[in-house]
Design a protein. Structure first.
Length: 70
C-alpha cells in the first residue's frame, strides 16, 4: 500500500522561510526542507495499481496558474 496525497511544491524562498520557523512543538514531526509542500488533498492508502491510475488521471489536469498568498 502507498500513502498518497495531492500537493503543491513550494517555491524555494517560501520553503526557506517555513523551514526557519521549525520549533520544538510537542507531537510535531518536521520534514526535511526539500519535502515541504502544501497538501491540497490526502487520498490515503492505495495499492500500486490504483496509485498508477491516479498518477495518470492527475497528469491530465490542466489548470490555469493562480496566485497564493501565505
Amino acid at each position: 500500500m502507498i500513502s498518497l496525497f495531492i500537493g503543491l511544491v513550494l517555491p524555494d524562498p517560501l520553503r526557506e522561510t517555513v523551514a526557519d520557523l521549525h520549533a520544538p512543538i510537542p507531537g510535531a514531526r518536521w520534514v526535511p526542507r526539500e519535502n515541504l509542500h502544501l497538501t491540497l488533498h490526502f487520498i490515503g492508502e492505495v495499492d500500486a495499481h490504483s496509485a498508477a491510475d491516479i498518477d495518470i488521471a492527475l497528469g491530465h489536469v490542466d489548470a490555469a496558474a493562480f496566485a497564493l498568498q501565505v
